[in-house]
Structures are given as structure tokens and as C-alpha cells.
Design a protein around this ligand. Structure first.
Ligand SMILES: [Zn+2]
Length: 301
């Protein structure tokens, strides 16, 4: 047990002491009975989803837990799965809902597949979903399935969880913000129900680009509709991440999210809303302060 605990902490991108262990779902929790002729509840949908996957899971010794809105399955054994569910998935989901996603929760199940090795991750992504993953860490599919290689840590799990939970809460979220927030919580603390992003591996390339005067202005990144375009994508993640971390440090990140969500019809990219949140500072002054702040950051070990 002690060995397992240590291992989980080492691999965790998000760490926190959660007191909610008792809330752990038991395997195959029966769906709550509903009145006839109504829409199926999320519990029922999750149970049905688990039923459709059970044979595939059994054939690969994958165990699962139904924990609406999630169905979590993995090849590391039930005890390990429960720890992922409590310490990473539930802990970060609860904090994300409390701080940001307070408007809507998933009405469709999110299937989370947690593989302990690159081998099972690649093999079963192919066999079950026909995917050849382009990343060694994990990804989130349009059909609400998260496929994760947790052998590389749980940072990407929290990143993809942000995408799964922001989808119902803010369907029109700008890509740069969605990726910035997901990236922010790749390395984070979870304490007293709060989630906070910390410095991570995306920092050095950003600092280098600032020093070499190769980083484009924040406004350009925000207004660029091609977040995933080859030319800027690597730095885009870092730039978006550390912009949101700067707002977090100033206590303005949740406020910015709420305003951005409320004003999406008038401000698709989020630039005007950013200017409103940082006011009375101009964007140029703000950016100057942001660049100096980024250059001072250090990755904590
Ligand atoms: Zn992402």
C-alpha cells in the first residue's frame, strides 16, 4: 500500500490531499431507478455505457468503475483505479466545477480509459477505437472518450478533463483559452477544494522565445483563429498557459472565465474581455508586466 501511495504521488501531475475517499464509487453501481417515460439519467447512461464495454474490458483484464458522469476503466487493477478516481479525477473535477464550470455539467457520460503502459495504450486505442495516437500522453475524442497513457503521469489526464468538463459549460470557448486552461492544470495543487496551476515543462521554451524576441504579442495569439496551425502551435500552448497563470496569480482567472462565457456573442476571441478584466491597465502595459513575470519564473522541483 505504501509503495502504491508513493508511486501515485510521483506520477501525479496534480497532487492534493482529498478527504473524500469515502465517496469512492463501488464497481458497477446500479443506476438510480427513474420514473418511466423520462429521459435516461446520467447514472443510467453511464451504466448502459459500461454494459456495452464490459466484454471488451473483461477480455483485456481491464476493470472499471461507474462514477457518473464518468465511467473510468483501466488495466492497473481496481485499487489503483479507485485512487485515480478519487485523487485526480473527482478531486480536480470538483474543484473545476466550483471555481469555473458552474453553469452546466456533462449530460452524456465521459469514458476515461487509463492505460499503465505505452504498449496497452497504443494497442487498445487501435483495437477498440481504430486510433493511432499522435501523442504518447493521451487525448480526448469528440465522442467523449478520453484515452490516457497514465504511465507518463496524470498531468495530461487533468488537461483532458478540463476539455471534457468545459464542453457543456461553455460550448463556444475559444480554442486558445480551452488549451491554456487544460495546460495550466497539467501541474497543479488541489488543496481545500481549490485548484491552482504551477510552473511546468512548457516554461523554458516560452522564456527563450521572449528573450530572443520571437514571441508574438498576446493579442495576436488570442485573435489568431488557427491555434493549432503548424507555425505557432508549440508556443501557443505555453503562451496561453502562462497568460492564464498570470491571471490566476492576480486572482482574476475565474472572473475572466465567467465574463468570457457571458460575453461570447460580442467577443468571440476573448480579447476585449481580457482588456476589461485587466483595466485600467492597457494591454501593452499588461503584456510588459506579463513578460517580465514569465522571465522570473522557475520550475519548482
Ligand atoms: Zn488540449
Amino acid at each position: 500500500m505504501r509503495g502504491l501511495l508513493t508511486l501515485v504521488v510521483v506520477v501525479a501531475g496534480c497532487m492534493g490531499a482529498t478527504a473524500s475517499l469515502a465517496a469512492a464509487a463501488t464497481p458497477a453501481t446500479p443506476a438510480t431507478p427513474s420514473t418511466p417515460a423520462t429521459q435516461p439519467t446520467i447514472n443510467e447512461k453511464c451504466q448502459r455505457l459500461a454494459d456495452t464495454w464490459r466484454q471488451r474490458f473483461d477480455a483485456e483484464r481491464v476493470t472499471y468503475i461507474v462514477a457518473p458522469p464518468f465511467v473510468v476503466a483501466g488495466d492497473g487493477g481496481q485499487q489503483r483505479l479507485t485512487r485515480y478516481l478519487d485523487h485526480t479525477i473527482r478531486a480536480s473535477a470538483d474543484a473545476l466545477h466550483r471555481k469555473f464550470f458552474d453553469r452546466a455539467r456533462p449530460s452524456e457520460p465521459v469514458l476515461i480509459l487509463l492505460f499503465e503502459s505505452a504498449e496497452s495504450y497504443k494497442r487498445l486505442a487501435k483495437k477498440w477505437l481504430g486510433d493511432d495516437p499522435s501523442t504518447p500522453y493521451g487525448y480526448f475524442r469528440r465522442d467523449n472518450i478520453m484515452v490516457m497513457n497514465v504511465g507518463t503521469g496524470t498531468g495530461t489526464l487533468v488537461h483532458e478533463l478540463v476539455h471534457a468538463l468545459i464542453r457543456p459549460d461553455f460550448p463556444g470557448v475559444p480554442e486558445w483559452f480551452n488549451e491554456g486552461l487544460g495546460s495550466l492544470f497539467e501541474q497543479c495543487t488541489l488543496a481545500d477544494g481549490d485548484i491552482r496551476g504551477l510552473e511546468n515543462w512548457r516554461l523554458p521554451a516560452l522564456q527563450r522565445a521572449i528573450r530572443d524576441k520571437k514571441l508574438r504579442p498576446l493579442g495576436e495569439m488570442i485573435e489568431d483563429g488557427e491555434f493549432y496551425g503548424d507555425k505557432h502551435v508549440g508556443l501557443n500552448y505555453a503562451q496561453a498557459r502562462y497568460l492564464l497563470m498570470y491571471l490566476q496569480e492576480q486572482g482574476k482567472l475565474a472572473e475572466y472565465y465567467q465574463k468570457l462565457r457571458a460575453d461570447q456573442a460580442e467577443d468571440k476571441s476573448g480579447l476585449k474581455t481580457l482588456e476589461a478584466v485587466i483595466g485600467p491597465k492597457s494591454l501593452a502595459e499588461f503584456e510588459h508586466g506579463w513578460r517580465s513575470w514569465v522571465l522570473e519564473l522557475k520550475i519548482q522541483r
